[in-house]
Design a protein around this ligand. Structure first.
Ligand code: DAH
Length: 349
């Protein structure tokens, strides 16, 4: 074997190594040229039979060939290791310039915000917060509140009835207002203080869901009210006015409110009033909106609380949370609260 052939082997080995796509292929290529039965082995064993004067030069050529083959092998090994590292780095790459995925920021529904504000404001002036059933009996929703037997509010047109009967055999209903909470709360209070010499005043609000067969821009079949009740030995209509106007000022964060107490009628108050407020902004600016019914609690209702109306007197009110929210933000259609349209809701988040 001559030195030309040796050079050809070196060149072919370098080409094979360069073409090896991975370490396993590279090791195969190495065995093919450097292995025991590889291409160089024959040359090496022929060295012994050469005349002494040629042997040295041939030996040097052989050593140089092996050296160069090992160099190109080592070079390819390094290349493959580097390529592997690079592909792993690419795979695990973290692009710190990508915009963050973030967490969608939720927000409270505007009605929930109103609800919390009301609890906060009344809580700060000593009102307890009570909660009661949305499915009511005829007695609590109507009779105890002095509603006559034939009152139109009892009709199927106004009230959602439930397919269940109470102990008196009367159909249960979805409460049409939060006013039954006056009676529930007062009776439980009176019961609790039965043995107390002087009963502490009843001072409570009861926010919650209410239901009526009604639907337009200012009415929805499900809506929210907050009931208020303050009973003691000397609470007057003047107290109602000051407490309620003070509440409105704090709720709307304004002393410039246009509030109107209009004489009205409710079976459970005498005298009765409706409280209106004027829109200060939005598409309904200047328009009056009824916010609340209110009045001095009727003696018959005080009796139904289990109290003597000669001794105890006080006021009650029932206000619409949707109405308060519409006035606060200048919203002209209450149905927006229940459409679940995020473009609307996001404005309050
Ligand atoms: N419950 C009445 C309604 O829903 C509102 C109301 C009027 C509540 C007078 C009261 C009140 O507490 O005293 O229309």
């Amino acid at each position: 074997m001559g030195s030309e052939e040796l050079e050809a082997i070196v060149a072919r080995a370098a080409a094979d190594f360069a073409a090896a796509p991975d370490p396993a292929a590279l090791e195969n290529a190495k065995a093919k040229v450097l292995g025991k039965t590889g291409e160089l082995a024959a040359f090496r064993s022929s060295l012994g039979s050469l005349p002494a004067e040629e042997r040295k030069a041939a030996g040097q050529s052989y050593n140089s060939a092996v050296q160069r083959i090992e160099n190109s092998l080592e070079q390819r090994r390094k290349q493959l290791a580097l390529a592997k590292l690079e592909s792993r780095l690419a795979e695990e790459a973290l692009d710190v310039t990508l915009p963050g995925r973030g967490r969608a920021r939720g927000g409270l529904h505007p009605i929930s915000r109103t609800w919390r504000r009301i609890e906060e404001i009344f809580g700060s002036i000593g009102f307890d917060v009570a909660d009661g059933p949305e499915i009511e009996t005829d007695w609590y929703n109507f009779t105890a509140l002095n509603n006559p037997e034939n009152h139109p509010a009892r009709s199927m047109q106004d009230t959602f009835y439930v397919d269940l009967k109470d102990a008196q055999g009367l159909p249960l209903l979805l409460r049409t207002h939060t006013s039954p909470m006056q009676v529930r709360y007062a009776r439980a209070w009176v019961d609790r203080h039965r043995r107390t010499a002087a009963m502490p005043p009843i001072k409570v609000i009861a926010p919650g869901r209410t239901y009526r067969v009604d639907s337009d821009a200012t009415h929805s079949p499900m809506f929210h009210q907050v009931e208020g009740l303050w009973i003691d030995e000397d609470i007057s209509f003047a107290d109602l006015k000051s407490v309620y106007v003070d509440f409105l000022r704090r709720f709307f964060e304004s002393d410039e409110l246009r509030v109107r107490f209009r004489p009205s009628y409710f079976p459970f108050t005498e005298p009765s009033a409706e409280i209106d407020l004027q829109f200060a902004s939005g598409p309904l600016q200047g328009r009056w909106l009824e916010l609340s019914g209110a009045g001095q609690v009727h003696p018959q209702v005080v009796r139904n609380f289990g109290l003597n109306p000669e001794k105890y007197i006080g006021f009650a009110f029932g206000s619409g949370l949707e109405r308060l929210t519409m006035l606060r933000y200048g919203i002209d259609d209450l149905r927006l609260f229940f459409d679940g349209d995020l473009r609307f809701l996001r404005q309050f988040a």
